[in-house]
Design a protein around this ligand. Structure first.
Ligand code: PMV
Length: 360
């Protein structure tokens, strides 16, 4: 499909006022997206586990405007309280999606959003937040296009979410999502994410992700800036090759349930992401001393216990601890005895692989 396939024909049904609510989950990339091309297209394909507990619920209420101007009319609430700080991001998002949702200037929108995780937890809410908003708007459009099928709806929501935040494109469905054109993944596209179309071994069903909250403050460097620094980065070409090789190797690992292979790919991806940050110009470090403490303790625990626990990182200091559901009891004890000391205010979030967004 091309971008033109997402431009709708004139609508048959006109919308009146109403409201729509969707809940979209966060996701954690196993193969990371870091670096982008023009138009919010990824420099390399990525693959993620959809999460379940960490999610954003967004309700849009809409009413036709009396006077239509060339600008958008909207207000944003976080937990039912006005949050003007979100305006610039939403404004840019609406500008980008207007060509694909021509009705957006005809309505006044109230966007009321809330997260299951604390806003200041250091967990990026942009993936789940942009996915939830994209789903609401795609659903609003669906009401004007009788007969739109579910597959197209999912792709359009993912396409729109991408225009808000790259990783949001993978927060529509689950349990494993692939975003970015790749010869090894049938049906893949830079424009939207697709549910991973290959075998997933049963060891990954119910796979846990415990998010150890090392630093709950605001990131010093935004991911938009970080992606930009991949332009002209001395190791960019090698990094993109590495991501492709990781994706190809992961295919066999996901099918066979080889957790040693899984660990090797996932941890290398996490550290490569941060290596790119540490070697860009300007360079920066998002890990904190406790990030490294936790990583070293995970390695020591894995060595001593022989249990298949591994970690990944996103663009921040928090550590995602990944492990099969079957060893939850032992890992839970390890977290409480050892890792919790390194978490800010002793906080962590228990999450697991999930199945995608839900209409509320
Ligand atoms: O979606 P963005 O622009 O915030 O980028 C997120 C990038 C990483 O989280 C670091 C990796 C990924 O693939 O999710």
């Amino acid at each position: 499909m091309t971008e033109n396939d997402f431009i709708p024909r004139p609508y048959k049904v006109r919308q009146q006022e109403g409201s729509i609510t969707w809940q979209a989950p966060s996701n954690i990339a196993l193969v990371k997206y870091w670096g982008k091309k023009k138009g919010q297209l990824p420099a390399n394909p990525s693959l993620s586990f959809t999460l379940e507990a960490s999610a954003t619920t967004t309700r849009i209420s809409y009413s036709p405007r009396n006077t239509i101007t060339d600008d958008f009319s909207f207000e944003i609430l976080l937990d039912s309280v006005a949050e003007p700080g979100f305006r610039p991001k939403i404004q840019i998002f609406l500008e980008r999606v207007a060509a694909y949702l021509p009705f957006v200037k005809d309505f006044h929108f109230t966007i009321d959003t809330s997260n299951t995780f604390p806003h200041s937890s250091g967990i990026a809410s942009s993936a789940s937040g942009m996915a939830a908003l994209a789903l609401c708007l795609a659903d609003m459009e669906r009401q004007s296009v009788p007969g739109m099928d579910d597959v197209f709806f999912g792709l359009k929501a993912s396409f729109l979410a991408r225009l808000g935040s790259g990783s949001a494109t993978r927060s529509i469905q689950g349990p494993v999502m692939h975003w970015g054109e790749h010869s090894g993944t049938a049906g893949s596209s830079d424009l939207y994410a697709i549910p991973y179309p290959y075998e997933l071994h049963s060891v990954f069903k119910g796979f846990r992700d415990t998010i150890l909250l090392v630093d709950q403050g605001k990131k010093q460097v935004s991911s938009t800036l970080g992606h930009g620094l991949m332009k002209g980065h001395p190791y960019a070409a090698a990094r993109y090759e590495q991501a492709l090789a990781g994706l190809d190797a992961l295919k066999g690992v996901l099918a066979s349930g080889d957790l040693e292979g899984f660990t090797a790919i996932v941890e290398q991806e996490a550290l490569s992401l941060h290596a790119m940050m540490m070697t860009s110009r300007p360079y920066f470090i998002l890990m904190k001393p406790n990030t490294l403490e936790i990583i070293n303790h995970i390695w020591a625990f894995r060595e001593a216990s022989g249990l298949p626990v591994c970690f990944t990182l996103d663009a921040g200091a928090n550590v995602h601890l990944l492990y099969p559901r079957e060893i939850s009891r032992q890992v839970d004890a390890f977290i409480k005895e050892t890792l919790v000391t390194f978490c800010e205010n002793g906080k962590y979030i228990c999450d697991q692989i999930g199945f995608g967004a839900k209409k509320m």
